[in-house]
Design a protein. Structure first.
Lengths: 350, 275, 427
């Protein structure tokens, strides 16, 4: 391949000379192997990431079905987007699904992590059992849950009837659809988050608990006053990851309703931002509009990233200062020729 | 001591309940896959395994090219994994262990690309691949994902701590070039990190849905996930057959995971703690 | 405009790719091996034996074979995406009764006039033949089957409810939709849970399928807000309000389940529903179903076309295949399985069509559907019918699931249609 060809001649160059940082133009030549080593990512990103991003700006000013002629429409796609109630519905749907999946999921994960922390036996069995949902494909999982929530013959409704409750037409009601999708999301990610919480719990020194016990704190007090505050960085990590994941929910509604012709299901109850994008771009072949929706999604993710960043920044000044200090150290180390930084960070690298 | 015992017991009760919820859908999948469709659609529903599993699985094989889809998915997953492991570890090795002008700038750019949601450029990516003539081919599944920022970032963290500078210096003295240093010093030490990144990448590509749904336009060459959804989407379809297909599609990955998952889980948790 | 796009792409994408050495040779071919013509169709749209025969060799095109792929899920999306993808496009494609929505991209398909289609014109129903021709007189699509509608019902359940059981009597008891609703109410009383439609949009579409006009006039005026549409709309709403819909939305698991479990005991459906509905989903009900003229009169829903894409490897062979497949003789065979109703009147007297169908208790169902097909007035499909129909159907679903009143849903539907039509520049 192109890459290894590029490497071979330059690799010999780097062996022939000795390091002499004072010779400026040489520094670049000397670093050719390293540039070659990092280039695959940048080349691929340029073609399949950066170029499409710029292309999508241009595309979003056009009306185009991907087959025929492109017509310049200026900002029309964007004005249509902002005035499209379905678009706003897809945003509120996404946020609702995100909230009703994330909140119970993180609470349950915390409880499970706590139990895992206390249990001394069967740990690796539990870990595997809790992690398996996460590596199972969303498509297969959604099919199973689709049958559990099915209106007429679902397991859930059968259960509810057997205990004397009324049937609920889960997959016909906008809120029922959201509950079903949120359940799938929560089912897949609770174990994952629990295992991350567990790692956080294990990092908390047991001395703190001992001290609290001496002070007479009940287990409940210990949980809320020691465990939760100390886990905050980990909780924030899980919140950030579930935000990014939550904003991109797609597969669940596509598998549940994709073949019905209305991707969001009845009342568009399961229409998420990405499924709105997919449906417009590839369902109705409105490529220009699809590009515009991509930008809307981008703005949303940036918005939420800023909110998350604020939360992390505000709550954890110490971490930030540590990070800044590290950056300065790195700079100093970089100016000296010796590879000094490696030793510094080796402790937290693994 | 008694409270310790009680706490242990309570924990196990909670955990077993959780395990039940975690694993029940798999059982239910098996129940549906082993009964007939009319059996599934009855009230009260059957909760025990039936005897039609082979028959349903046979129907899957009749209706979709299951093994073809599996082979394609395997090729795509392996292809991406091998390339990602090579490109990412090579780049990470360079970022972690060498000084070169613009290193921090390049790494900064790499981190910024993290921020871009993959769906932003979905449409133009499709159009670009259409212009290349790649739509429908394995290339469309492998090449765009052959190197990624996450893997480089993660491997760099790993490489920093794991590769002793002395070894690199020694290799330099022996006259080894950069690529030789990567092969003889970097790769052996990075092996555990590569194992994690490999499993992670493999699972992600195996389970990916949106991208193959869009670019694999030839219905005879679909990935497993898309083929499964196609099986599901056909009107008038046989539900227990769909579940048999779902079952067949999740078994390989779960099998691999049960064998090699323990380290993987530990690495996931460790990775999260580092952010 | 196309030029600009090409230039833009060539300069940027092509340039970047060439520089990196990653670009492959752009394949612009159609799907399949050189001696194979790939055919895309959805489930239940062609006769298996005939396709198997063509897979050995296309009659009239020596050395060429057909390779059929059944497409599940959203067919149109997949076809359009494949056309946009520009590679691995199939040679021959099936198109549904929304054939007019492909007219703006008619240049993606070959003009069948040029391949000599006109000499077959006389074999086909005239209204059907016309539907495949664009306003610019380009023959984009060749007729396959038609979709005459009729009333399917479960004789055993009618008997249980003390209703007429013989086809002629049932037809006499329900000449109009009002009578049919009254009948449905009796059914529901006798057998709780009984439904006369799977969902609201189904009923709406079958009511619409009986009308001589749809959403637009041939000269481009929007009439989707007219009385004829509102009446079909109101009728569908009424059936739901009477509790006679199973509320099993299209494409859901329930849509099949309601047939399997016998909730759907009477249904105005198109002929192909015989296969996709009871024959597939409820094989155990063999012998219990009957067919009779539908309340509200004859109608047509569905019925497909075949088109040859511009990527086709061998247009002559492809044309030989479609004319052979859609000959009166072979259409008669397609009626046996998968119950496709011929668009060639000569087929109606074919002995294979006039035989008794054991699934329908030995009834000669061809009589019912041939009658419906012959009396059907025909209608005009515009290229915009999908973008008009989709919001209307979506709003109907909103009524069925109880999230909107009929008045509000109607207003919202019209507003949505107006937006969509303005956007594509149709009004």
């Amino acid at each position: 391949m192109a890459v290894s060809d590029a490497l071979r001649p330059t690799a010999t160059v780097s062996t022939t000379q000795d390091t002499d940082p004072s010779k400026r133009p040489n520094r670049f030549r000397q670093a050719l192997p390293q540039y070659a080593a990092v280039s695959p990512f940048f080349v691929l990103f340029a073609i399949f990431g950066a170029f499409p991003v710029f292309f999508s700006i241009w595309l979003s000013f056009h009306s185009w079905d991907g087959i025929g002629q492109m017509t310049w429409v200026g900002l029309e796609q964007y004005s249509y987007l902002l005035t499209d109630p379905t678009f706003w519905k897809s945003i509120t749907n996404t946020l609702i699904i995100w909230v009703i999946s994330t909140v119970p999921m993180l609470l349950l994960a915390l409880i499970i992590a706590n139990a895992l922390h206390n249990a001394t036996r069967f740990r690796s069995f539990y870990r595997i059992a809790y992690f398996i949902p996460n590596i199972t494909s969303v498509v297969a999982v959604t099919m199973v849950f689709g049958s559990i929530f099915s209106n007429n013959f679902g397991l859930l409704n059968a259960f509810m009837t057997s205990v004397g409750l009324d049937k609920i037409e889960w997959l016909s009601q906008p809120w029922g659809i959201k509950v079903a999708i949120a359940t799938i999301v929560a089912w897949r990610w609770t174990g994952y988050n629990a295992i991350i919480f567990l790692a956080g719990l294990q990092a908390i020194s047991s001395d703190i608990y001992e001290a609290a016990k001496v002070d007479g704190a009940s287990p409940r007090q210990q949980f809320w006053q020691i465990t939760v505050p100390l886990l905050r960085p980990v909780i924030l990590f899980t919140t950030v990851t579930s935000t990014i994941g939550g904003l991109q929910i797609f597969t669940e509604s596509q598998v549940l309703f994709g073949s019905s012709g209305a991707i969001g299901g009845p009342g568009d109850g399961g229409l998420t931002i990405v499924s709105y994008l997919y449906d417009n771009a590839f369902g109705s072949n409105q490529f220009g509009y699809g590009a515009a929706i991509g930008w809307a999604l981008f703005v949303l993710i940036v918005l939420f990233s800023i909110i998350n960043w604020r939360l992390i920044g505000g709550s954890d000044d110490e971490r930030l200062t540590k990070r800044a200090a590290r950056r300065v150290q790195r700079k100093i180390a970089a100016e000296q020729t010796a590879a000094g930084t490696a030793g510094k960070e080796s402790t937290d690298a693994h | 001591m008694r409270t310790e015992r009680v706490r242990e017991v309570v924990s196990h009760v909670v955990l077993m309940l959780g395990v039940l919820v975690s694993l029940f859908p798999f059982y239910w999948m098996l129940v549906m896959a082993s009964n007939t469709t009319p059996d599934i659609f009855t009230y009260p529903p059957k909760l025990v395994l039936g005897s039609h599993l082979w028959e349903n699985m046979g129907n899957v094989l009749d209706n979709i090219d299951f093994f073809g889809a599996m082979l394609l998915t395997l090729l795509a997953s392996l292809g991406v994994t091998v390339l990602v492991l090579f490109f990412d570890s090579l780049a990470a090795f360079a970022f972690a262990k060498y000084e070169f002008p613009g290193r921090n700038l390049l790494f900064g750019i790499l981190l910024v690309t993290f921020m871009i949601p993959s769906q932003l450029a979905l449409v133009p990516q499709f159009v670009t691949l259409a212009e290349f003539g790649w739509i429908g081919s394995l290339k469309a599944l492998i090449i765009p994902g052959a190197a990624n920022a996450f893997g480089i970032f993660w491997m760099r963290q790993y490489a920093k701590g794991a590769i002793p500078d002395e070894l690199i210096s020694a290799a330099k003295v022996d006259g080894a070039g950069f690529f030789r240093q990567y092969l003889t010093v970097g790769l052996p030490v990075l092996r555990p990190g590569l194992a994690f990144l490999g499993i992670f990448t493999f699972i992600n590509v195996w389970n990916d849905y949106l991208w193959p749904l869009i670019v694999m336009t030839d219905p005879n060459r679909l990935t497993l996930q898309v083929a499964l959804q196609q099986l599901n989407g056909v009107y008038g379809t046989d539900y227990s057959m769909v579940m048999a297909g779902a079952l067949m599609s999740v078994i390989p990955l779960i099998g691999v995971f049960i064998i090699g998952g323990r380290h993987f889980i530990a690495d996931i948790a460790a990775g999260a703690m580092k952010f | 405009m196309t030029l600009t796009r090409r230039k833009f792409l060539a300069l940027t994408a092509g340039g970047a790719a060439a520089a990196s050495g990653l670009t492959g040779c752009g394949s612009r071919s159609s799907l399949g091996a050189p001696d194979e013509l790939s055919l895309w169709a959805w489930t239940g749209s062609v006769n298996d034996d005939l396709v198997a025969q063509a897979a050995q060799g296309i009659p009239g095109a020596p050395g060429k074979k057909i390779s059929l792929t059944r497409i599940g899920g959203d067919y149109k999306t997949k076809l359009l995406t494949s056309l946009a993808g520009k590679s691995l496009v199939p040679d021959i494609v099936g198109l549904n009764d929304d054939v007019a929505t492909y007219f703006p991209n008619a240049d993606q398909f070959l003009d069948l006039h040029e391949l000599g289609a006109d000499k077959f014109k006389g074999d086909f129903l005239e209204w059907k033949w016309k539907l495949g021709i664009t306003p610019e007189n380009r023959m984009m699509a060749y007729p396959m089957d038609t979709g005459p509608t009729a009333l399917f019902y479960r004789r055993d359940v009618f008997e249980k409810a003390g209703l007429p059981t013989e086809p002629a009597d049932v037809a006499a008891a329900a000449p109009e939709w009002d009578d049919f609703i009254a009948l449905g109410k009796k059914l529901k009383q006798a057998v709780p849970g009984s439904a006369i439609t799977d969902n609201i949009t189904s009923l709406y579409q079958y009511a619409l399928a009986q009308l001589p006009k749809r959403y637009m006039t041939p000269d481009g005026a929007y009439i989707g807000d007219g009385d004829h549409i509102k009446q079909a709309w109101d009728l569908a709403v009424r059936v739901v309000k009477e509790g006679l819909s199973a509320n099993a939305q299209d494409g859901s698991t329930d849509a099949n389940a309601v047939v399997t479990n016998g909730r759907l005991v009477a249904f105005v459906g198109a002929v192909w529903w015989a296969q996709l509905g009871p024959k597939n989903a409820a094989p155990k009900t063999k012998g219990l179903w009957r067919v009779t003229p539908a309340p509200g009169g004859p109608g047509n829903r569905g019925g497909s076309f075949l088109a040859i894409t511009k990527y086709c490897k061998d247009p002559e062979a492809a044309f030989a295949f479609i004319t052979w497949l859609e000959s009166a003789k072979n259409q008669a065979q397609s009626f046996l399985d998968p119950v496709l109703f011929p668009s060639t009147p000569a087929s109606y007297d074919d002995p294979r069509m006039t035989g008794p169908d054991p699934f329908f208790g030995g009834q000669r169902i061809v009589d019912v559907f041939a009658d419906s097909a012959k009396k059907y007035p025909g209608t005009y499909f515009s290229p915009y019918d999908s973008i008009i129909g989709d919001p209307i159907k979506a709003e109907l679903v909103n009524i069925e699931i109880g999230s909107k009143t009929s008045e509000q849903a109607w207003r919202d539907a019209q507003k949505l249609v107006d937006r969509e039509l303005t956007r594509v520049g149709a009004i």
